[in-house]
Design a protein around this ligand. Structure first.
Ligand code: GLC
Length: 409
C-alpha cells in the first residue's frame, strides 16, 4: 500500500470552472452565481464582485452577466443603492419588508471590479451600459451615508461590512463575550429595528444606534471612487472623473488623519456620532495599505502589525490571536476568509510589497489546496469551515502564480 502524500494537490482551473458553473442560477434573462448551494441561494453584493473577478480569468462574458444581474435587480426600493442581497424568486419580505431585495448594502467594490474586468477584457460598451448605475450607487453612498460630510461613509448594520459576527461590532451591539447565538440574535434584532424605524443614517447617528465608519469599508470606498474616476475617464467624462478623483483623495485623507489611533499605532473603525475608535485588533486595520491611503510611517506600522499578528500559521485571521475574542475556527472571530485575504493581497501588490504578497498568496492557495472550496478556514489548522462549495473559494486563481495580471493601483 502506498503512503498517502503530504503534499497538497494544486487546485486546477478546471475545478474552479466547474465550481462556478455548478453554482450558477438562471432567472429569466439574468444569471448570477449563488455563494454556496443550500446555505446561500440568493445573490450577494460583494460575493458577486468576487465571482466576476474569478470569471474574468476564463469567461469574461459571464463576469459581465454577474455584474449586470447585480446592478439591475427587480423590485428595488431605493433605485440608487445596490442592495446587499437580491432574492430573484422572492422571499425577502419578512426580513426586509421588500420581497426581492434587502435595504442594506455591502462593501462598495463594484466599480473597481468593473475596471479590473475591463483591463483584462476591454469592453467600452459594457462600461457605458453600467456607468450611470455605478454612479447612482456611489452618489447614494456620498449623500446617504456620510451625514457629517467628512468623506468617511457609515454602515448601519454588521451585515453591511460583510464581517457579520466580528468582535469589532460587539461594543456597538452591547455584547460582552457573546456566544454565536447571541451575535446572530443581535443582528436579527437590529434588522428588525431598522425595518421598523427606517434606515436614515443621520437619524440613526442622532439617536446613537448602530452607526460605524469602518476602516476597511472606507478604504474600499476610496479605491473604488478612484476606479470610478478611471471609468469616467475611459468614457470621456472628464468632469465626472475630476469629481470622483477629488472624492477619492478626500476619503483617503480622512482615513489617514481621522482613523489613525496614535495610542495603538493602528488604524481603527470609528463608532457613533462621537467617532470613538474601536480598538479590537483585526486585519481591517491593514486595508489602508492600498496605495494612496496610509502614509509611509503608517505603512511601516501596518507591516509590523501584519507580521506580528496576522501572518502565522494561516493568514489572515480575522481577529488578532492577541485578542481575548480570538477563536481560530469561529465565524468572523479569528477564522480566515479568502475575501479578506484578497483585499490585503491587492493592497500589498499596490505598494509593490512583493515578498509579503507572495507569502500571502502561497498560503491562501494552500488553504484551498488542502481544505477544498469552503466559506472560511481555521486559522490554526487550515481546515475548511462553514458552507462547502463556496463560490468565492474560486478566488484561489487570483492567488495563482500567473493570476493577478492586474495589480492594484
Ligand atoms: C455570510 C458572510 C457575508 C457573505 C454571505 C454570502 O453572511 O458573512 O460576508 O456575503 O455570507 O456568502
Amino acid at each position: 500500500m502506498s503512503e498517502p502524500s503530504l503534499e497538497p494537490k494544486s487546485t486546477t482551473l478546471a475545478e474552479v470552472m466547474s465550481l462556478m458553473r455548478r453554482n450558477q442560477v438562471r432567472s429569466g434573462d439574468f444569471t448570477y452565481t449563488r455563494p454556496a448551494p443550500m446555505t446561500y441561494e440568493q445573490q450577494w453584493l460583494w460575493d458577486s464582485c468576487f465571482h466576476a473577478l474569478i470569471y474574468a480569468h476564463f469567461d469574461p462574458n459571464q463576469a459581465r452577466q454577474e455584474l449586470l444581474s447585480l446592478l439591475h435587480p427587480p423590485g428595488f426600493p431605493d433605485s440608487r443603492m445596490i442592495p446587499h442581497m437580491i432574492y430573484w424568486t422572492g422571499g425577502g419580505l419578512e426580513l426586509w419588508g421588500y420581497d426581492h431585495v434587502s435595504f442594506l448594502t455591502q462593501p462598495p467594490m463594484v466599480a473597481d471590479t468593473a475596471l479590473r474586468l475591463h483591463r483584462r477584457d476591454p469592453n467600452v460598451p459594457f462600461l457605458r451600459r453600467i456607468y450611470s448605475r455605478l454612479q447612482q450607487h456611489y452618489e447614494w453612498l456620498n449623500d446617504a451615508r456620510d451625514p457629517d460630510g467628512d468623506g468617511l461613509v457609515s454602515i448601519i448594520h454588521p451585515w453591511e461590512s460583510g464581517w457579520d459576527a466580528s468582535p469589532r461590532w460587539d461594543g456597538a451591539l452591547n455584547l460582552i463575550r457573546p456566544t454565536p447565538h447571541e451575535t446572530k440574535a443581535a443582528r436579527l434584532q437590529l434588522a428588525k429595528e431598522l425595518r421598523e424605524n427606517g434606515t436614515d443614517a443621520r437619524e440613526i447617528c442622532e439617536t446613537d444606534r448602530f452607526v460605524i465608519e469602518p476602516v476597511d469599508f472606507n478604504s474600499i470606498y476610496a479605491v473604488n471612487l478612484s476606479a470610478l474616476a478611471d471609468i469616467a475617464g475611459i468614457l470621456g467624462r472628464d468632469q465626472d472623473a475630476a469629481i470622483y478623483k477629488a472624492r477619492a483623495v478626500k476619503t483617503a485623507e480622512a482615513i489617514r488623519n481621522r482613523m489613525w489611533d496614535p495610542q495603538t499605532n493602528r488604524f481603527c473603525d470609528l463608532a457613533g456620532e462621537g467617532e470613538k475608535p474601536i480598538r479590537v485588533s483585526t486585519p481591517a486595520a491593514l486595508f489602508p495599505l492600498f496605495n494612496g491611503i496610509a502614509s509611509d510611517s503608517q505603512l511601516e506600522h501596518c507591516l509590523r502589525q501584519f507580521h506580528a499578528e496576522f501572518s502565522e500559521p494561516f493568514p489572515v485571521p480575522t481577529v488578532s490571536p492577541r485578542e481575548a475574542s480570538y477563536s481560530p475556527d469561529q465565524y468572523w472571530r479569528g477564522s480566515v476568509w479568502l475575501s479578506v485575504n484578497w483585499f490585503i493581497h491587492q493592497a500589498l501588490l499596490s505598494r509593490n510589497l512583493s515578498s509579503e504578497a507572495r507569502m500571502l498568496a502561497t498560503k491562501s492557495r494552500h488553504l484551498v489546496d488542502i481544505g477544498g472550496f469552503f466559506e472560511y478556514y481555521d486559522s490554526r489548522t487550515g481546515d475548511g469551515l462553514g458552507a462547502a462549495d463556496q463560490s468565492w473559494a474560486g478566488l484561489v486563481i487570483e492567488f495563482g502564480p500567473s493570476g493577478n495580471l492586474v495589480g492594484g493601483r
